[in-house]
Structure formats: structure tokens, C-alpha cells
Design a protein around this ligand. Structure first.
Ligand code: SAH
Ligand code: SF4
Length: 358
């Protein structure tokens, strides 16, 4: 019933070849999309006019436009992106590492970036600490709308195709609640002729839909997962993440153990620390126990307050004690400070999570 038009970014190269002939035209179009970041048919100089006219009847080129952007002093850029139906969602450009210079001042390593993408407009999960949840759920993003976020941000930052980039699915929405389109986007990102972003460079963050964690694992796409755990007992977790009642902590742990991960890698557990709720050493103790037989690393995130929230940001001292306890008991653990704190607002929540992922 949707009147949304598909875009060329909804398809793998093979799929494009199934409706564009001769085949080499599909490859040329792929080059325009992912090497030149073209957003219009006019850009595609070597494609016959008649073919472009025919394609344009049915397919958009890039389904997104930049509605607004805010740049932080630390290099983080938050984008508000508009979809063809006027709905908006956010993607974030994160500078993870500055450019490195050698003794003579020449660049010896380029700066490293990560893009945080959305998978839905709004979210159905309804976490009580999350601003995205407040607006309810509007709709899933198509694969092309997920892919286009990376293309749009790379283009806007003049980041060439061959420069490495990491993707974290930590923007608006629950990725596993839009699994079909997510999996398709992951595949399109991986395409050699496209952006060539391997599974190892992509991290799916989930609030813990355990059955879907299994499904993602079965697809064997080679991506990492990050689990938004946030609580060590089901009573508190269900208060924070209502769908925990259907997918409790034990079911998530079992799904994580079944998930195919690179043997050199660890599963990331995100632990949002809320003052007076889950920042006590008793919780840290339970966390150590819970993760005892999992190759895990923990990313502690400060709760990022916003007007009207009942929760508070924890103190630095409590954060550090929590971390020290985990480390003392053998867990890898990082504390993440906000990036782009001066522009954070609703999306500040994304950034704190991201740094530990790469
Ligand atoms: N839905 C997925 C991914 C998007 S949410 C998930 O929940 O994992 C991205 C992350 O932002 C989640 O880990 C979430 O817990 C975190 N987050 C949401 N609200 C936050 C807030 N107010 N402060 C800090 N992190 C927040
Ligand atoms: Fe959805 Fe993630 Fe926000 Fe929970 S934290 S409401 S799952 S976006």
C-alpha cells in the first residue's frame, strides 16, 4: 500500500543487472552511485538518455537529502536527513582518530571515521531512557535508505570510496526489527564493485531481540553485534526495555553464544549507566558473573539526559569505580565520553555508544 518509490540503492549489482541490460550498464550505474556518489541521473554521462528516462520513471537515484547538519568542535557531524515522504531521521559522522603525521610533518595515517546510521524512523521497542522511543514508531527504512545514509555522508565529507569507513547501526530504530532490509543493506555495503565495506567493519547494535539475533547469525554476514544490555536482572531490564519481558537476559545470552563471531573478536555489551539505578558495585558484580563464559567487552555509557527524563547521569566517580571493578575481575571495559557533546541533543545518545566499536 506504500506509494514510496524504490531507489537504485535498493539493489545489489546482480539485481540491477536483472533489470538493466546490457549488463555492463548496471556496472556503470554502480560506479556512478558508489564511486562518484551521483545523486541525479543527469550526472550519469555515459548512460544513454533513453535508459535514464526509463529508469527514472521507476527508481530514484539517492532517496535522501540533507535537511540540516550540526558540526561539533571535535569533528562530529550530526545530519538530519529527509526521506522522499518528508519523514526525517538522523545519521552521524564521527571522527574516531585524528590524522597522524611523521617527524617531517607528512601525513602517515589518515583520520579514521565511523558513520552511525538509522534503520527506522522512530522505534517500537519503547525504552524508557531513549528519546527516539518518545516519538513512537513511524516506519522501517528500506535497504536503499540505509545505504544512502553512508553514500550521502561520504559525499558530503569528500570521503573517497577507497578510504576505509566503519558503520555502526546505532542510530534511530531497532535494526533487528527491520532485519530483511538491514541484511540487504549489509550486503550492498559489502559489494566489491560498490562501497566495499566488509562485515568486519559493520556493527549491529540491538536491544536484544534474541530470536532475531539467531536469524542474523544464520545469515552469516560476518558482521559484529553489540548488545544493549543496560541491566543485570530482568526486573530492572524490563523497566528500562519493556520488550525484555519477551526476550529476557538469559535468552539473549544464549543467542549471543550461538552467534558466529570472528574468533579474534569480542561481543560488545553496551551498559548504559543511570544514576541510582544500575551504577552500584552489586550490579558490577552480577555483570562479571553474567559475562563469565562469553568473550565479551563492556562499553560503559553515561546516560545522556534530556528534558523530561526521570533518569540522571551518573557521577564520574561511580563510573570509574564500576569500571575498576569489572577490570579487576578480568573484563575488558571502556568508558565512553560523549563525542559532539556541544551538538548532542537528541542524537547525543548515539555517539557515546559508538567509540568502543572500532
Ligand atoms: N536500537 C538499538 C540501536 C539504536 S539505539 C539499540 O538499542 O541498541 C543506540 C544506543 O543508544 C542504544 O545502546 C541505546 O541504549 C543508547 N541510548 C538510547 N538513549 C540513550 C540516552 N539517553 N543516553 C545514552 N545512550 C542512549
Ligand atoms: Fe529503540 Fe534502541 Fe531507543 Fe530502545 S534504545 S527505543 S531499541 S532505538
Amino acid at each position: 500500500m506504500s506509494e514510496l518509490r524504490p531507489s537504485l540503492m535498493d539493489y545489489t549489482q546482480k539485481e540491477l543487472e536483472s533489470f538493466i541490460s546490457p549488463k555492463f550498464r548496471a556496472k556503470q550505474i554502480y560506479d556512478w552511485l558508489y564511486h562518484n556518489y551521483s545523486s541525479t541521473y543527469e550526472d550519469m554521462k555515459n548512460i544513454p538518455k533513453a535508459m535514464k528516462e526509463e529508469l527514472s520513471q521507476e527508481y530514484l537515484v539517492n532517496p535522501l537529502s540533507i535537511k540540516n547538519k550540526e558540526t561539533s568542535t571535535d569533528g562530529t557531524i550530526k545530519y538530519l536527513l529527509e526521506l522522499q515522504d518528508g519523514k526525517t531521521m538522523e545519521a552521524v559522522w564521527l571522527k574516531m582518530k585524528d590524522e597522524q603525521h611523521d617527524a617531517s610533518g607528512n601525513v602517515c595515517q589518515e583520520a579514521k571515521y565511523t558513520i552511525c546510521v538509522s534503520t527506522q524512523v522512530g522505534c517500537k521497542v519503547g525504552c524508557t531512557f531513549c528519546l527516539t522511543a518518545k516519538g513512537g514508531f513511524t516506519r522501517d527504512l528500506s535497504a536503499g535508505e540505509i545505504v544512502a545514509q553512508v553514500v550521502t555522508l561520504k559525499k558530503d565529507n569528500n570521503h573517497k570510496r577507497n578510504r576505509k569507513i566503519n558503520i555502526v547501526y546505532m542510530g534511530m530504530g531497532e535494526p533487528l526489527d527491520n532485519l530483511t532490509n538491514l541484511a540487504k543493506a549489509i550486503e550492498i555495503f559489502k559489494e566489491d564493485a560498490g562501497l566495499c565495506i566488509g562485515g568486519k567493519r559493520q556493527t549491529v547494535s540491538t536491544s536484544g531481540l534474541s530470536t532475531k539475533i539467531d536469524k542474523l547469525g544464520e545469515m552469516d554476514l560476518g558482521v559484529h553485534i553489540a548488545i544493549s544490555l543496560h541491566a543485570v536482572d530482568d526486573a530492572l531490564r524490563s523497566e528500562l526495555i519493556p520488550m525484555n519481558k519477551a526476550h529476557n537476559i538469559q535468552s539473549i545470552m544464549e543467542a549471543v553464544k550461538r552467534f558466529p563471531i570472528d574468533t579474534r573478536k569480542r561481543v560488545m555489551f553496551e551498559y548504559l549507566v543511570i544514576k541510582g539505578k544500575n551504577d552500584d558495585i552489586g550490579s558490577a558484580k552480577k555483570l562479571v558473573k553474567l559475562l563469565a563464559d562469553i568473550k565479551a567487552k563492556v562499553n560503559l555509557i553515561y546516560f545522556n539526559p534530556y528534558p523530561g527524563t526521570p533518569y540522571d547521569r551518573p557521577s564520574r566517580a561511580d563510573m570509574v569505580s564500576f569500571q575498576e571493578y569489572l577490570v579487576k575481575h578480568g573484563l575488558l571495559c571502556t568508558i565512553r565520553d560523549s563525542k559532539g557533546i556541544d551538538i548532542s541533543a537528541a542524537c547525543g545518545q548515539l555517539k557515546e555508544k559508538v567509540e568502543g566499536e572500532v
